[in-house]
Design a protein around this ligand. Structure first.
Ligand code: DC
Length: 224
């Protein structure tokens, strides 16, 4: 049980590269505890989508920052809602992932989204999923995980996910795109993709999702 004298909102930070299974694990953990859920990757995806439809270029830093000021985003069971509309179909494509990965290195954009993300920490608690949840956004998180898997396995999982959603994708192309995005996410100066020093690293290459979820839940129980 959570200590009732605790004054701050407990946060569980779950970071890792795309296709590692961190999204599935994070939503399962949030559901298990009945906590709020922050999918920070979805915010960068929404921003990439908005920039595209409003024709704000990737070099227009102030234009991109302006887009972050009035984000009307709600996370619900059915997915992310943008301006009251379910935006899942718009932001889960590989194109949207690519746009997100191009604008997310911009320090001004990241800075502008920082407080918005922190405001999502509400009682009874928050499970936050992303790349820099434990290292930058919630450095005081109750516990931190870095979930990873080799790129072949991540491409296979993405392939399955996207096929199930009806997208026509090829595994070789997904593998190439994943490698490119990994490189971009890891090499950028602002919040590069790497485990927080105090994160528990879990390599899920040879694990099934239920095992990952129980490993994470067991670890969290040690902190509650
Ligand atoms: O987790 P995802 O695939 O939905 O993330 C999409 C992109 O957003 C990814 O290329 C990296 C970026 N991202 C980020 O820079 N910081 C986060 N906290 C989450 C995602």
């Amino acid at each position: 049980m959570i200590d009732p004298s605790r004054t701050s909102v407990p946060v569980i930070a779950i970071d890792g590269p795309g296709g590692s299974g961190k999204g599935t694990v994070s939503t399962a953990v949030a559901r298990y505890f009945g906590w709020h859920y922050l999918d920070s990757g979805a915010i960068y995806r929404v921003l990439g989508y908005l920039a595209h439809v409003k024709q704000v270029s990737e070099d227009d830093v102030s234009g991109l920052v302006a887009l972050t000021h009035n984000l009307d985003i709600v996370f619900a069971e059915e997915g992310i809602f943008l301006d009251g509309q379910n935006a899942e179909g718009l932001i889960r494509t590989e194109e949207a992932a690519d746009r997100a990965s191009r604008i997310s290195p911009i320090p001004e954009v990241r800075r502008s989204l920082l407080q918005w993300q922190r405001n999502q920490a509400r009682l009874p608690g928050l499970v936050s999923d992303g790349r820099d949840m434990g290292s930058v956004v919630f450095p005081d998180a109750l516990c931190k995980f870095f979930i990873t898997a080799n790129s072949q396995k991540r491409a296979e999982r993405r392939y399955k996910q996207l096929r199930e959603k009806g997208f026509d994708v090829r595994i070789e192309q997904l593998l190439r795109e994943i490698a490119e995005r990994d490189e971009r996410d890891a090499m950028r100066k602002a919040s590069p993709l790497k485990p927080a020093e105090d994160a528990t690293v879990i390599d899920t290459t040879e694990m099934n999702v239920d095992d990952v979820i129980s490993t994470v839940l067991e670890e969290i129980e040690r902190f509650l």
